[in-house]
Design a protein around this ligand. Structure first.
Ligand code: FES
Length: 162
């Protein structure tokens, strides 16, 4: 209940989830990384307001939090697509046409490496190895591995991910 006008506070589902995370880690050392991971799980990325809340709650300067978030590739400051496309450009995939697969992704969904489509349907990232070199060239979409790709297979595959 709001102190000044007695109106019921309307917290978003995400804010309530974040509160639970704060409670779980209250007073614990080394809480920053797990709290950031949990917050990213809740919001899909780390919005600036959420980082401010984390700073206030854990009593860690915001500048330090930004330092951590920008250091680790696992954290994202911008919204990400519902479908994460990872195209491998590691050695095995490179020699078998990984770059052509990456080009086909850009052609199919209109975004380049590192970008997210405006409708948040896709995020496209290149990676150094997906651990499936025997299937080169390889692309993952979310948790699905697609191997032995040719560029002309890409558009049809991506179309399945809404
Ligand atoms: S180099 Fe592409 S999966 Fe290993």
């Amino acid at each position: 209940m709001c102190q000044c006008c007695n109106a019921a506070e309307t917290k978003t589902k995400e804010a309530l989830e974040l509160e639970k995370v704060f409670n779980k880690f209250a007073g614990k050392k080394g809480a920053l990384i797990p709290v950031l991971q949990a917050a990213q799980e809740i919001y899909g990325y780390l919005p600036a307001e959420v980082l401010k809340e984390i700073s206030a709650n854990l009593q860690i300067p915001l500048s330090k939090i930004y330092g951590v978030v920008t250091f680790y590739a696992q954290f994202h400051l911008k919204p990400r697509g519902r479908n994460i496309i990872r195209v491998c450009l590691g050695t095995a995939c490179h020699v078998r046409g990984g770059a052509k697969v990456a080009e086909a992704v850009t052609k199919a969904v209109g975004i380049k490496d590192g970008e997210t489509s405006e409708d948040l349907r896709y995020t496209f990232e290149s990676v150094a190895c997906l651990g499936a070199c025997g299937l080169a060239p390889v692309m993952m979409v979310n948790d699905d591995t697609h191997g032995r790709l040719t560029p002309d297979m890409v558009a049809g595959l991506l179309e399945q991910y809404k």
